[in-house]
Structure formats: structure tokens, C-alpha cells
Design a protein around this ligand. Sequence first.
Ligand code: KIV
Length: 267
Amino acid sequence: MHKAKTVLDFHRMKAEGEKITVLTSYDFPMTGLIDAAGIDMILVGDSVGVVVAGFDNTLPVTMEDMIYHTRAVMRARPKAFVVADMPFLSYQTDLNSARLNAGLLIKDGGAAAVKIEGGVNVAETIAAITAMDIPVMGHIGLTPQSLHRMGGYKVQGKGDAQAEKLIEDARAVEAAGAFAIVLEGIPMGLAQRITAELTIPTIGIGAGPHCDGQVLVIHDILGLCSKYSPKFVKRYAELAPIIGEAVANYIADVKGGTFPEERHCFK
Ligand code: KIV
């Protein structure tokens, strides 16, 4: 049985060169499965809005959604360190609502930390939340809540000026007190530079192999989302056809009268 992870483990892992494994999870049964497999960190991502609720992007996700899903994850009592995403509009308008919403994800949701998208522009917010002793994970590069500013889900940090801007963002997130930072959708060389410069661990998604850890969306690695598979995803299973076949067999059994059998019945 693996030991419960804390923020201290991630600093040690970076120092010792041990990669940090992160997956998203949004519910009780999946959390039990991935935790038993030994994942280091679970992110209750606002990607829940896309892969579970069926929205086109993460912008409609609410605090209520995030608390509901974080509670479901925590009921599995994971040993993994659980980070809850702060959804769009829960931290951008003012510091007090950012503090309150971060606190609710810890107090009502049960998470150990929160994640915030942005760099220099959210440094003050990260500092305000970490001042309440709530660990914050930063998130820079392709930040899905900035979809409309970016003009789509495009790789960020290409070219010298954009790369310098992202390095400044990474420095600001670290200086504000974040315990780790997600680097999403940036060139691998830039991710390597940021990882070498920062003392906090970098967790990559579409940012190459030189980050201190990797995060992916659980539905993507299990082949549960047939709609779209980004270049940076590796599928470790193809569950969609397995589920389709199981359901087709159930339908055929019920229609054909071969389920339920005697062993499924009460006397
Ligand atoms: O919401 C999410 O799942 C994320 C990860 C993809 C980093 O932010």
C-alpha cells in the first residue's frame, strides 16, 4: 500500500529526479481505481465540463460543479494528493471571492490544494490564497479558460517574445508561492528551460518529456472520448468499443429473453 502524498513529497521528488504522475478524476469509482494503481496526484479538473458534462469548453463549469465532483473524489479516501481546479469566474473578479472559493474547495470539497490558470496576471491571487495556507498549483501556457483570447486551443510560447512572456509568468507563479505549476501546450525546449529554472515542480501536458511530472485527462488515456484525441495524448486502453459491446450484449439478452436467468432471480 502506498503512503499518502503531501506537498513535501513533490519538492523531494523534483530534487531527486523522480517523475510526478498526475491524472484527472471526477468521481468515486475512478478515483478508487487510479489511486490503487499508485498515482501521485489527482486533479479534479474543470475538464469535467467537457469530458463528463458534454460542454464544448470549460467556461460553463461552476463552483457547485467543482465542489460536487471534489467531494465524490474525496469519498474514495485517496492516498494521492488531490488538487481541485478553480473554475472560470471563481477567482478572476476580486481577491475576496478568490479566497472564499479556494477555501470552499478545501472546506466543503475536501481537496488539499487548488489550481489557478494564469501567470503574472494572477500572481496577486495566488499570493492571497497561499497566505491562507492553501497550497496553489499554477497553470500557464495553453490555459483553456483563455480560449477566446488565444483564438482556440493553440500551442503557446512559440517565438522569442512569447517564450520570454511565459518564462516571466512561470517566475511570477513561483514567486507568488505556488507549490507546483502545470505547463500546457508549449514547445518542449521552453518547458525544459522553465523546469531547469524553477525550484517548484513543473507538470507537463503537451509540454514534452523534460517536465518534473506529467498530467493527462483520464478519459483521454482510457479511450473513453472518441470525439477528439490531441497529439499529446497517449491512449493506454480503448474502452469505448468494450463498453459498446457490453451494452449491445445486454440489449440482445433482454430483447431475446436470455437475461435474467434463474440465478439472477429471488425466490
Ligand atoms: O482541467 C483539467 O483537466 C486541466 C488539466 C488538463 C491540466 O486543467
